[in-house]
Design a protein around this ligand. Structure first.
Ligand SMILES: NC(=O)CC[C@H](N)C(=O)O
Length: 227
C-alpha cells in the first residue's frame, strides 16, 4: 500500500508521519508538496499536523485552498482512506470533508501531553484492529482542538456512529469529549491526538500503530486477490 504525506509550509509532524509509515508500519510512503496536482499513484492520503501557513486566519483555513486539496477531495470521492491528524483534521473541517469546526482550547493554552482516548467505533477501516470501548494512550499537541458543531450535526454524527474517538478526561473543552470523527461514507477520519507519535513503546505508547495497521489490513482485504 502506498501512502502520501501531504506537506504544507508550516507542517511539523510530516516527518513523524513518514517515520510511522515507513519504519514502524513497513509500507511505502512519499512526501507530497502542497502544489501537487496528481495523487492518483497513492492508495491512502495522510494530512499531518503542524501550523500550515502559520495558522493564519484560523488553523487550516489557508491550506484548504492549496492545489493539492482538489486532489485530496477527488481521492475522498474515490473512496480512498484519508487521515487528517491535528492540523490535518483542522484542514478537513475547513474544506468540509468533515462537519463542524475547531475553537481554541478552553483554557486558551497550547497543550502537549499524553491523553487517554476511548474507541467509540471499532467498525471503521481506521479502527478495526481495536475493540469498542478500548482505552488507548495517544499524545495531543494543539492550541485549537476544541471541537464544536451544532445540535443537528451532532445528532447526525451520533446516529451514524461517526464519533470514533472520545477523550476519557476532556483536555480542551471539545463538545461531548469528541477527539475524532469520520465521514458518513467511512473513508475520511479526522482526529486531534497524534497516532503517529504513539508507534513505539520508546515514545511512551505504541497504541497508535494499530490505527495504521487497520488501514493496511482493510485495504489489502479489498484490493489484493490471491491467484
Ligand atoms: N500539532 C498540530 O497539528 C498543531 C495544530 C494546530 N495548528 C494548533 O495548535 O491547534
Amino acid at each position: 500500500m502506498k501512502f502520501a504525506v501531504i506537506v504544507f509550509p508550516g507542517s511539523n509532524c510530516d516527518i513523524d508521519m513518514f517515520h510511522a509509515v515507513q519504519d514502524e508500519l513497513g509500507e511505502e510512503v512519499e512526501y507530497v508538496w502542497h502544489d501537487e496536482t496528481d495523487l492518483s499513484r497513492f492508495d491512502g492520503i495522510l494530512l499531518p499536523g503542524g501550523f500550515s501557513y502559520g495558522d493564519y486566519l484560523r488553523s487550516g483555513a489557508i491550506a484548504g485552498f492549496a492545489n493539492v486539496m482538489k486532489e485530496v477531495k477527488k481521492a475522498a470521492e474515490q473512496g480512498k482512506p484519508i487521515l487528517g491528524v491535528c492540523n490535518g483534521f483542522q484542514i478537513l473541517l475547513e474544506i468540509g470533508l468533515l462537519p463542524g469546526a475547531m475553537k481554541r482550547n478552553q483554557n486558551l493554552k497550547f497543550m502537549c501531553r499524553q491523553v487517554e482516548l476511548v474507541v467509540q467505533n471499532a467498525n471503521t477501516v481506521f479502527t478495526s484492529s481495536y475493540s469498542n470501548n478500548e482505552t488507548i494512550t495517544i499524545p495531543i499537541a494543539h492550541g485549537e482542538g476544541n471541537y464544536y458543531c451544532d445540535q443537528e450535526t451532532y445528532d447526525k454524527l451520533e446516529k451514524n456512529n461517526q464519533i470514533v474517538f472520545t477523550y476519557k478526561d476532556n483536555p480542551n473543552g471539545s463538545l461531548l469529549d469528541i477527539a475524532g470523527i469520520i465521514n458518513e461514507r467511512g473513508n475520511v477520519l479526522g482526529m486531534m491526538p497524534h497516532p503517529e507519535r504513539a508507534v513505539d513503546e520508546l515514545l511512551g505508547s505504541a497504541d497508535g500503530l494499530k490505527l495504521f495497521q487497520s488501514i493496511v489490513k482493510n485495504w489489502r482485504e479489498s484490493h489484493v486477490t490471491t491467484a
